[in-house]
Design a protein around this ligand. Structure first.
Ligand code: NAD
Ligand code: MG
Length: 387
């Protein structure tokens, strides 16, 4: 049976992993929509290869280039934020939400509001919208399939179980490329060093988030929304080998873990085939070859991001959306060479201190908080860059 799929963020790292799986099962899928921000030529080539019905660039200024690249293909070109949401709202069997950042929130919500099945990689959307997204999922009868590897692991470990029986959920963290560095070394980390992840190959933003441990902070908030066991039942453990992707401990003290190679095609395949299974091209996991699995407590002195994220979700209201917005601005500034590595979390904490708003109750309110918090983060950035 042919299934239909839309892929938001087709030109990214998760996008490429998804398309690799689709390419290997070409006859099993019909591709409806593919999107990118501005890489129009690359997007057009993918749309042609997969016979997509529509290709959308988020940045409308790239629509001309997309139109030219799709000329004669019969594929509909579209551009801009509204077109992206329209494409995301088209009926399909599964939507893969793989845009990076809060930019993916509105299109993801469009798929949610249609009552679709969404493989959610775009954690920033859920961190920012929180309850607004979760309640929309319930109201519209949508299904969220967690694609982030940790959350996909938890989802698999919870299958068929009662959430009330869960004693504890443990998110594993690789610790990132700077895991063993001293405070002084961390402060001097360059963008090249920060994006050089030891286990995973990912987009630049999430790679920096992994280095600061903000990725785990965002994932802590993401887990809180996806698996409502209460914040006191969520913990983080550093596990440098990235073989155990997360664990669920039940009240009888039985712990279930999901293991696999550190390759996003595993959790993506789990979502694409859910509730069934499909083949992936990956080598079998050889534990004798891995040899050792080790675990450490997170060090929040060298990496304060998980503490900042935990405080933000405990505070609730607009704080998680503020945290995310400030982090996006700070990571961008770090990658552009404007601030040092340690200033990323400093800007986030400074913004959380400066900006407050009442709890957003609608998508529009979440987007307004995101916009205002970004402005505030830019101001915090200026004072940071001056010291
Ligand atoms: P990436 O930077 O490689 O790709 C991002 C995609 O989003 C690209 O297609 C880009 O064109 C598009 N995009 C960027 N800005 C946009 C905008 N303003 N409007 C519309 N489209 C835009 O990122 P990635 O590493 O693939 O990550 C995607 C998401 O998945 C992120 O939320 C990330 O946290 C999450 N995630 C990634 C991985 C991974 O292994 N890469 C693992 C878990 C979760
Ligand atoms: Mg993850």
């Amino acid at each position: 049976m042919v299934r239909t799929i839309s892929l938001l963020g087709a030109t990214g790292s998760v996008g490429a992993s998804t398309l690799d799986l689709v390419r290997r099962n070409r006859d099993a899928w019909h591709v409806e929509a593919l999107s990118a921000n501005c890489s129009a030529t690359e997007l057009a080539a993918l749309a042609r290869e997969f016979g997509a019905r529509i290709a959308v660039v988020g940045d409308e200024s790239c629509l001309g280039e997309l139109r030219a690249a799709l000329d004669g293909s019969g594929i509909e070109p579209a551009g801009g934020a509204a077109a992206l949401c329209e494409a995301a709202a088209r009926p399909v069997d599964i939507t893969v939400a793989a845009i990076v950042g809060c930019a993916g929130l509105a299109p993801t919500m469009a798929a949610v509001e249609r009552g679709g099945t969404i493989a959610l990689a775009n954690k920033e959307a859920l961190v920012s919208a929180g309850e607004v997204m979760i309640s929309a999922v319930a109201r519209h009868g949508a299904t969220l399939l967690p694609t982030d590897s940790e959350h996909n692991a938890i989802f698999q470990c919870l299958a068929g179980s009662n959430i009330e029986d869960v004693a504890r959920i443990t998110l594993t963290a690789s610790g990132g490329p700077l895991r063993t560095w001293s405070i002084a070394e961390i402060a001097a980390a360059t963008p090249e060093q920060a994006v050089a992840h030891p286990n995973w190959s990912m987009g630049a933003k999430i790679s920096v988030d992994s280095a600061t441990m903000m990725n785990k902070g965002l994932e802590f908030i993401e887990a809180h929304h996806l698996f409502p066991v209460g914040l006191d039942r969520l913990r983080i453990v550093v596990h440098p080998q990235s073989v155990i992707h997360s664990m669920v401990e039940y009240r009888d003290r039985s712990t279930l873990a999901q293991l696999g190679p550190p390759d996003m095609r595993v959790p993506i395949a789990s979502c694409l085939a859910w509730p069934g299974r499909m083949d992936t091209p990956l080598a079998p996991l050889d534990l004798a070859d891995v040899g050792e699995l080790t675990f450490f407590e997170p060090d929040e002195t060298r990496f304060p991001a998980t503490r900042i994220a935990r405080e933000a979700i405990e505070a609730g209201g607009a704080a998680p959306a503020t945290l995310n917005a400030a982090n996006e601005i700070a990571v961008e500034a770090f990658l552009a060479g404007q601030i040092g590595f340690t200033q990323i979390t400093a800007v986030v904490e400074e913004t959380l201190g400066r900006y407050s708003a009442s709890a957003p109750g609608t998508l529009q309110e979440v987007l307004a908080v995101d916009c205002e918090a970004r402005q505030c983060a830019r101001e915090a950035l200026e004072s940071c860059a001056l010291v």
